[in-house]
Ligand binder design. Structure first.
Ligand code: RIB
Length: 301
């Protein structure tokens, strides 16, 4: 199977499950608390590996107890961690997360070592681009490094996927022409294009050079532009949304798995919706993602 190179963040998530979000100045008691593997890069790498996709991760952690947790969970899921470096001077990235009774989350991240993934690191790891077929990244490491890695990906003939989360201002527009598949959610789409109109926003991104835009719409599902209209693929119904943290990451991995297996966008979106539906029914990000063997593939039909 085609191999994926993931460049991105590695966090440990500190998650409080709350009946509702606290007001400014208020102290609230949580119902439950957990420490989980997180980071959009690591989450997506783990989700791919759980789908039996050969996955190598490039990124940085600190030399601390959090990095031991992160590296062991990546390894347990069979992600190749030879491209992960330990940085002695700064701690592993972390995220403070509140999940409310509806399963919605609010996240504050501390980049830590993720912020140290510089251009020199990307150059040093160019050999990892040689035998991969796909390059996947997000917006949780420095943009300059993302741009350089996308250039290397194209130089070595990789197909590229980008999840523009957490969204931020992109001053160098050359980045877009290096992206084959962009997977924003509705908020990210609006922030990147300054329009509420989904189809118009897709056209703006395509005019900048993105080949395909797949829009994640949460509870509604996801869609893309086909033959001039927006084709929506509804989300897979679930009994209860326990924790939506990482659902977007699981979606991205499901989409990429679908593209590797079938090379067909509608089918890949359906697979992405299906994999994401599993992740929202359990607590935590990476730990909630389904293994290939746990998925009821009949639900696709
Ligand atoms: O996408 C969810 C992830 O965002 C969390 O795991 C958190 O670490 C942040 O990176």
């Amino acid at each position: 199977m085609e191999k994926v190179l993931v460049l991105g963040s590695i966090n440990i998530d500190f998650v409080s499950f709350v009946p509702r979000y606290p007001l400014p100045g208020e102290t609230l008691v949580s119902n439950d608390f957990g420490i989980f593997q997180g980071g959009k890069g690591a989450n997506q790498a783990i989700a791919l590996a759980k789908l039996d996709v050969p996955t190598l991760m490039l990124g940085k952690v600190g030399e601390d107890v959090l990095s031991d947790l992160a590296l062991s969970s990546l390894q347990e899921s069979k992600v190749d961690i030879t491209g992960i470096t330990k940085n002695q001077k700064i701690s592993t990235g972390s995220a403070s997360i509140w999940v409310n009774a509806q399963g919605q989350n609010s996240i504050v991240i501390y980049p830590g070592a993720n912020g140290e993934v510089g251009e020199d690191f990307i150059f040093q790891h160019e050999k990892f681009f040689y035998d991969a077929s796909w390059f996947l990244t997000q917006f949780e490491i420095p943009l300059k490094s993302i741009l350089l890695a996308l250039k290397l990906a194209k130089k070595h003939g990789l197909k590229t996927i980008m999840d523009p989360a957490p969204v931020r201002e992109v001053s160098n527009n050359h980045i877009w022409e290096l992206v084959d598949y962009l997977l924003p959610n509705e908020i990210e789409l609006r922030e990147l294009t300054h329009t509420e109109n989904i189809l118009k926003a897709i056209h703006i991104l395509k005019s900048r050079g993105v080949k395909e835009v797949i829009v994640k719409l949460g509870k509604q599902g996801a869609g893309y532009e086909g033959k001039g209209t927006f084709n929506l693929f509804p989300a897979v119904p679930v009994e209860q949304r326990v924790d939506t943290t990482g659902a977007g990451d699981c979606f991205v991995a499901g989409f990429l798995y679908g593209m590797i297996q079938w090379g067909d966008i509608p089918r890949a979106i359906k697979i992405a919706n299906l994999t994401a539906s599993y992740s929202i029914q359990k607590k935590g990000a990476a730990i909630s993602f389904p293994k290939k063997s746990e998925i009821d593939w009949k639900k696709l039909e």
